[in-house]
Design a protein around this ligand. Structure first.
Ligand SMILES: Cc1ncc(COP(=O)(O)O)c(C=O)c1O
Length: 317
Protein backbone atom coordinates (compact mmCIF):
# COMPACT_ATOMS: atom_id res chain seq x y z
CA UNK A 1 0.00 0.00 0.00
CA UNK A 2 2.80 2.40 0.87
CA UNK A 3 4.55 1.65 -2.43
CA UNK A 4 1.30 2.36 -4.29
CA UNK A 5 1.00 5.66 -2.41
CA UNK A 6 4.56 6.60 -3.29
CA UNK A 7 3.94 5.99 -6.99
CA UNK A 8 0.60 7.84 -7.13
CA UNK A 9 0.01 10.36 -9.88
CA UNK A 10 -1.25 13.58 -8.28
CA UNK A 11 -2.94 16.86 -9.22
CA UNK A 12 -5.26 19.37 -7.55
CA UNK A 13 -8.42 17.55 -6.60
CA UNK A 14 -10.32 20.72 -5.73
CA UNK A 15 -10.30 21.35 -9.48
CA UNK A 16 -11.00 17.69 -10.25
CA UNK A 17 -7.42 17.35 -11.55
CA UNK A 18 -6.11 14.55 -9.37
CA UNK A 19 -6.17 11.52 -11.71
CA UNK A 20 -5.80 8.86 -9.02
CA UNK A 21 -8.66 10.33 -6.96
CA UNK A 22 -10.88 10.49 -10.04
CA UNK A 23 -10.03 6.85 -10.77
CA UNK A 24 -10.90 5.87 -7.18
CA UNK A 25 -14.22 7.70 -7.35
CA UNK A 26 -15.05 5.98 -10.64
CA UNK A 27 -13.94 2.56 -9.36
CA UNK A 28 -16.08 2.77 -6.21
CA UNK A 29 -19.09 4.13 -8.10
CA UNK A 30 -18.80 1.25 -10.60
CA UNK A 31 -18.43 -1.36 -7.86
CA UNK A 32 -21.53 -0.04 -6.11
CA UNK A 33 -23.49 0.39 -9.34
CA UNK A 34 -24.02 4.15 -9.00
CA UNK A 35 -23.21 6.80 -11.64
CA UNK A 36 -20.75 8.95 -9.64
CA UNK A 37 -18.55 9.06 -6.54
CA UNK A 38 -16.85 11.63 -4.31
CA UNK A 39 -13.77 11.08 -2.15
CA UNK A 40 -14.13 12.46 1.38
CA UNK A 41 -11.72 12.64 4.31
CA UNK A 42 -14.00 10.60 6.59
CA UNK A 43 -17.06 8.40 6.76
CA UNK A 44 -18.79 11.01 8.87
CA UNK A 45 -18.36 13.63 6.15
CA UNK A 46 -19.59 11.23 3.46
CA UNK A 47 -22.68 10.46 5.56
CA UNK A 48 -23.35 14.09 6.34
CA UNK A 49 -23.02 15.15 2.70
CA UNK A 50 -25.47 12.43 1.71
CA UNK A 51 -27.96 13.38 4.41
CA UNK A 52 -27.93 17.07 3.64
CA UNK A 53 -28.67 16.36 -0.02
CA UNK A 54 -31.69 14.27 0.89
CA UNK A 55 -33.21 16.15 3.85
CA UNK A 56 -34.01 19.86 4.05
CA UNK A 57 -33.82 22.04 7.17
CA UNK A 58 -36.64 21.20 9.59
CA UNK A 59 -37.36 17.94 7.82
CA UNK A 60 -36.95 14.53 9.36
CA UNK A 61 -34.50 11.68 9.02
CA UNK A 62 -35.45 8.35 10.59
CA UNK A 63 -32.79 5.84 11.56
CA UNK A 64 -31.94 3.03 13.97
CA UNK A 65 -31.53 4.20 17.56
CA UNK A 66 -27.90 3.00 17.52
CA UNK A 67 -27.07 4.26 14.03
CA UNK A 68 -23.66 5.88 13.67
CA UNK A 69 -25.30 8.96 12.11
CA UNK A 70 -27.44 9.27 15.25
CA UNK A 71 -25.01 8.29 18.02
CA UNK A 72 -21.55 9.11 16.83
CA UNK A 73 -21.51 12.08 14.47
CA UNK A 74 -21.99 14.58 17.26
CA UNK A 75 -25.29 15.96 16.06
CA UNK A 76 -23.81 16.96 12.70
CA UNK A 77 -27.09 16.45 10.82
CA UNK A 78 -28.77 18.94 13.16
CA UNK A 79 -25.85 21.35 13.41
CA UNK A 80 -24.95 21.60 9.72
CA UNK A 81 -28.20 20.74 7.95
CA UNK A 82 -30.99 21.59 10.39
CA UNK A 83 -32.20 17.98 10.21
CA UNK A 84 -34.46 16.60 12.91
CA UNK A 85 -34.14 12.90 13.68
CA UNK A 86 -36.36 10.15 15.06
CA UNK A 87 -35.26 6.60 15.73
CA UNK A 88 -36.58 3.06 15.82
CA UNK A 89 -35.42 0.45 18.33
CA UNK A 90 -33.83 -2.79 17.15
CA UNK A 91 -32.21 -5.98 18.30
CA UNK A 92 -28.48 -5.75 17.50
CA UNK A 93 -29.20 -3.11 14.86
CA UNK A 94 -30.94 -5.74 12.73
CA UNK A 95 -33.42 -4.11 10.38
CA UNK A 96 -37.11 -4.96 10.66
CA UNK A 97 -39.08 -3.06 8.01
CA UNK A 98 -42.18 -2.78 10.23
CA UNK A 99 -40.19 -0.72 12.76
CA UNK A 100 -39.43 1.80 10.01
CA UNK A 101 -43.00 1.83 8.69
CA UNK A 102 -44.24 2.43 12.24
CA UNK A 103 -42.37 5.71 12.70
CA UNK A 104 -41.80 7.20 9.24
CA UNK A 105 -44.39 9.83 8.46
CA UNK A 106 -44.21 11.29 4.96
CA UNK A 107 -46.31 14.35 4.14
CA UNK A 108 -47.25 14.89 7.78
CA UNK A 109 -48.93 18.19 7.00
CA UNK A 110 -48.74 21.51 8.81
CA UNK A 111 -48.52 20.23 12.39
CA UNK A 112 -46.05 17.33 12.51
CA UNK A 113 -42.63 17.08 10.95
CA UNK A 114 -42.51 15.11 7.69
CA UNK A 115 -40.06 12.27 7.13
CA UNK A 116 -38.02 12.89 4.00
CA UNK A 117 -35.28 10.28 4.36
CA UNK A 118 -34.48 6.94 5.94
CA UNK A 119 -30.89 5.98 6.82
CA UNK A 120 -29.85 2.34 7.05
CA UNK A 121 -26.46 1.01 8.21
CA UNK A 122 -24.87 -2.14 6.78
CA UNK A 123 -23.05 -3.67 8.58
CA UNK A 124 -24.35 -2.17 11.80
CA UNK A 125 -21.47 -1.06 13.98
CA UNK A 126 -23.05 -0.65 17.41
CA UNK A 127 -25.34 -3.59 16.69
CA UNK A 128 -22.20 -5.76 16.59
CA UNK A 129 -21.22 -5.88 12.91
CA UNK A 130 -24.71 -7.02 11.94
CA UNK A 131 -25.37 -7.79 8.27
CA UNK A 132 -28.80 -6.45 7.34
CA UNK A 133 -31.36 -8.98 6.12
CA UNK A 134 -31.75 -8.20 2.43
CA UNK A 135 -35.49 -8.94 2.37
CA UNK A 136 -36.05 -6.31 5.09
CA UNK A 137 -33.89 -3.80 3.17
CA UNK A 138 -35.99 -4.42 0.06
CA UNK A 139 -39.19 -4.00 2.07
CA UNK A 140 -38.00 -0.64 3.42
CA UNK A 141 -37.01 0.45 -0.08
CA UNK A 142 -40.45 -0.47 -1.44
CA UNK A 143 -42.09 1.52 1.38
CA UNK A 144 -39.81 4.50 0.74
CA UNK A 145 -40.48 4.45 -3.00
CA UNK A 146 -44.23 4.25 -2.43
CA UNK A 147 -44.12 7.36 -0.21
CA UNK A 148 -41.44 9.37 -2.00
CA UNK A 149 -38.99 9.06 0.92
CA UNK A 150 -35.27 9.20 0.10
CA UNK A 151 -32.79 6.55 1.27
CA UNK A 152 -29.22 6.85 2.51
CA UNK A 153 -27.03 3.85 3.26
CA UNK A 154 -24.20 4.18 5.74
CA UNK A 155 -22.07 1.45 4.23
CA UNK A 156 -18.89 2.18 6.16
CA UNK A 157 -18.48 -1.62 6.37
CA UNK A 158 -20.48 -2.62 3.31
CA UNK A 159 -17.41 -4.63 2.24
CA UNK A 160 -17.89 -6.85 5.29
CA UNK A 161 -21.57 -7.33 4.46
CA UNK A 162 -20.58 -8.27 0.89
CA UNK A 163 -18.02 -10.86 2.02
CA UNK A 164 -20.24 -12.31 4.77
CA UNK A 165 -23.38 -12.55 2.64
CA UNK A 166 -21.82 -13.35 -0.73
CA UNK A 167 -24.06 -10.70 -2.30
CA UNK A 168 -22.44 -8.36 -4.86
CA UNK A 169 -21.70 -4.84 -3.61
CA UNK A 170 -23.91 -3.48 -6.38
CA UNK A 171 -26.86 -5.47 -5.03
CA UNK A 172 -26.27 -4.22 -1.48
CA UNK A 173 -25.99 -0.60 -2.68
CA UNK A 174 -28.91 -0.79 -5.08
CA UNK A 175 -32.08 1.21 -4.38
CA UNK A 176 -30.39 3.89 -2.24
CA UNK A 177 -30.08 7.53 -3.31
CA UNK A 178 -26.73 7.93 -1.60
CA UNK A 179 -24.28 5.38 -0.17
CA UNK A 180 -21.15 6.03 1.88
CA UNK A 181 -18.32 3.50 2.16
CA UNK A 182 -15.08 3.69 4.17
CA UNK A 183 -11.64 2.80 2.84
CA UNK A 184 -10.15 2.97 6.30
CA UNK A 185 -11.45 0.58 9.00
CA UNK A 186 -11.34 -3.04 7.79
CA UNK A 187 -9.88 -2.18 4.38
CA UNK A 188 -6.80 -0.70 6.02
CA UNK A 189 -6.31 2.54 4.07
CA UNK A 190 -4.97 5.33 6.29
CA UNK A 191 -7.86 7.66 5.55
CA UNK A 192 -10.81 8.23 3.28
CA UNK A 193 -14.36 7.39 2.32
CA UNK A 194 -16.41 7.66 -0.83
CA UNK A 195 -19.98 8.86 -1.26
CA UNK A 196 -21.79 7.53 -4.33
CA UNK A 197 -25.06 8.58 -5.92
CA UNK A 198 -26.48 10.22 -9.02
CA UNK A 199 -24.33 12.60 -11.09
CA UNK A 200 -26.48 15.52 -9.86
CA UNK A 201 -26.21 14.53 -6.19
CA UNK A 202 -22.47 14.04 -6.38
CA UNK A 203 -21.97 17.37 -8.17
CA UNK A 204 -23.88 19.06 -5.33
CA UNK A 205 -21.93 17.06 -2.72
CA UNK A 206 -18.66 18.26 -4.28
CA UNK A 207 -19.69 21.86 -3.61
CA UNK A 208 -20.80 21.10 -0.06
CA UNK A 209 -17.60 19.16 0.61
CA UNK A 210 -15.59 22.30 -0.22
CA UNK A 211 -17.92 24.39 1.93
CA UNK A 212 -17.33 22.00 4.83
CA UNK A 213 -13.56 22.39 4.39
CA UNK A 214 -13.20 18.92 2.90
CA UNK A 215 -11.81 19.99 -0.49
CA UNK A 216 -8.28 18.60 -0.52
CA UNK A 217 -5.47 19.11 -3.00
CA UNK A 218 -3.04 16.30 -3.92
CA UNK A 219 -5.14 13.43 -2.62
CA UNK A 220 -3.73 10.96 -5.14
CA UNK A 221 -1.55 9.33 -2.48
CA UNK A 222 -4.59 8.67 -0.32
CA UNK A 223 -6.64 7.53 -3.28
CA UNK A 224 -3.85 5.13 -4.27
CA UNK A 225 -4.04 3.59 -0.80
CA UNK A 226 -7.79 3.19 -1.25
CA UNK A 227 -7.42 1.60 -4.69
CA UNK A 228 -4.78 -0.78 -3.34
CA UNK A 229 -7.17 -1.73 -0.51
CA UNK A 230 -9.97 -2.40 -2.99
CA UNK A 231 -7.70 -4.70 -4.99
CA UNK A 232 -6.13 -6.59 -2.08
CA UNK A 233 -8.10 -6.19 1.13
CA UNK A 234 -11.73 -6.94 0.41
CA UNK A 235 -11.92 -10.73 0.06
CA UNK A 236 -9.51 -11.20 3.00
CA UNK A 237 -12.17 -9.69 5.30
CA UNK A 238 -13.34 -13.32 5.62
CA UNK A 239 -10.22 -13.87 7.77
CA UNK A 240 -11.30 -11.04 10.09
CA UNK A 241 -14.73 -12.62 10.41
CA UNK A 242 -13.23 -16.01 11.29
CA UNK A 243 -10.88 -14.36 13.80
CA UNK A 244 -13.79 -12.51 15.40
CA UNK A 245 -15.51 -15.87 15.98
CA UNK A 246 -12.38 -17.15 17.74
CA UNK A 247 -12.56 -14.16 20.08
CA UNK A 248 -16.33 -14.55 20.56
CA UNK A 249 -15.85 -18.05 21.94
CA UNK A 250 -13.41 -16.72 24.56
CA UNK A 251 -15.89 -14.03 25.60
CA UNK A 252 -18.80 -16.41 26.09
CA UNK A 253 -20.55 -15.20 22.93
CA UNK A 254 -21.94 -17.84 20.57
CA UNK A 255 -19.65 -17.59 17.49
CA UNK A 256 -22.65 -18.41 15.29
CA UNK A 257 -24.17 -15.05 16.26
CA UNK A 258 -21.13 -13.11 14.98
CA UNK A 259 -21.87 -11.91 11.43
CA UNK A 260 -18.61 -10.11 10.67
CA UNK A 261 -15.61 -8.57 12.47
CA UNK A 262 -17.22 -7.03 15.56
CA UNK A 263 -18.07 -8.82 18.79
CA UNK A 264 -19.96 -7.35 21.72
CA UNK A 265 -19.77 -9.12 25.05
CA UNK A 266 -21.79 -8.43 28.20
CA UNK A 267 -19.54 -8.04 31.25
CA UNK A 268 -20.30 -6.94 34.81
CA UNK A 269 -17.64 -4.23 34.98
CA UNK A 270 -16.59 -3.08 31.46
CA UNK A 271 -13.98 -0.57 32.67
CA UNK A 272 -12.22 -3.20 34.79
CA UNK A 273 -12.49 -5.74 31.96
CA UNK A 274 -10.92 -3.32 29.47
CA UNK A 275 -8.11 -2.50 31.93
CA UNK A 276 -7.38 -6.18 32.62
CA UNK A 277 -7.41 -6.98 28.91
CA UNK A 278 -5.01 -4.08 28.26
CA UNK A 279 -2.68 -5.42 30.96
CA UNK A 280 -2.63 -8.70 28.99
CA UNK A 281 -1.91 -6.84 25.72
CA UNK A 282 -5.44 -6.86 24.24
CA UNK A 283 -7.10 -3.54 23.38
CA UNK A 284 -10.89 -3.50 23.70
CA UNK A 285 -13.42 -0.72 23.91
CA UNK A 286 -16.04 -0.19 26.58
CA UNK A 287 -19.48 0.51 25.16
CA UNK A 288 -22.16 1.59 27.55
CA UNK A 289 -22.49 0.33 31.09
CA UNK A 290 -22.44 -3.39 30.37
CA UNK A 291 -20.59 -4.08 27.16
CA UNK A 292 -17.14 -4.34 25.65
CA UNK A 293 -16.41 -4.35 21.93
CA UNK A 294 -13.76 -6.40 20.15
CA UNK A 295 -12.89 -5.66 16.52
CA UNK A 296 -10.64 -7.62 14.18
CA UNK A 297 -8.86 -6.13 11.17
CA UNK A 298 -6.05 -6.80 8.75
CA UNK A 299 -3.30 -6.23 11.32
CA UNK A 300 -4.72 -8.99 13.55
CA UNK A 301 -3.48 -12.43 12.44
CA UNK A 302 -5.03 -15.77 13.38
CA UNK A 303 -2.16 -16.27 15.87
CA UNK A 304 -2.89 -12.83 17.41
CA UNK A 305 -6.58 -13.73 17.70
CA UNK A 306 -5.78 -17.04 19.36
CA UNK A 307 -3.39 -15.38 21.81
CA UNK A 308 -5.94 -12.66 22.56
CA UNK A 309 -8.66 -15.28 23.03
CA UNK A 310 -6.48 -17.13 25.54
CA UNK A 311 -5.88 -13.90 27.47
CA UNK A 312 -9.55 -12.85 27.40
CA UNK A 313 -10.74 -16.26 28.57
CA UNK A 314 -8.80 -15.81 31.82
CA UNK A 315 -10.60 -12.55 32.75
CA UNK A 316 -13.77 -12.91 34.79
CA UNK A 317 -16.81 -11.57 32.96
C1 LIG B 1 -21.11 2.68 10.64
C2 LIG B 1 -20.14 3.83 10.63
N1 LIG B 1 -20.40 4.88 9.83
C3 LIG B 1 -19.60 5.93 9.76
C4 LIG B 1 -18.44 5.99 10.51
C5 LIG B 1 -17.61 7.23 10.44
O1 LIG B 1 -16.38 7.06 9.91
P1 LIG B 1 -15.21 8.12 10.24
O2 LIG B 1 -14.65 7.68 11.55
O3 LIG B 1 -14.27 7.92 9.10
O4 LIG B 1 -15.82 9.46 10.28
C6 LIG B 1 -18.12 4.92 11.36
C7 LIG B 1 -16.91 4.97 12.18
O5 LIG B 1 -16.65 4.14 13.01
C8 LIG B 1 -19.01 3.82 11.42
O6 LIG B 1 -18.78 2.79 12.23
Amino acid sequence: MRAAMLDAEVGDDVYGEDPETTRLEQDVAALLGHPAGLFTPSGSMANQLGLRLLVGPGEELVADVQAHVVRAELGAAAVFSGITTRTWASDHGRLVADAVRDIAEPNAGAYSVSTTAIALENTHNFGGGTVQPQDEVLAVQAFAREHGIALHLDGARLWNAHVASGRPLSELADGFDTVSVCLSKGLGAPVGSVLVGSTEHIAAARIWRKRYGGGMRQTGMLAAAGRHALRHHVERLADDHANARVLAGALGVDPATVDTNIVFAEVTDPAAFVAEAAARGVRLMQLGRTKVRVVTHLDVTREDAERAAEALATIAR
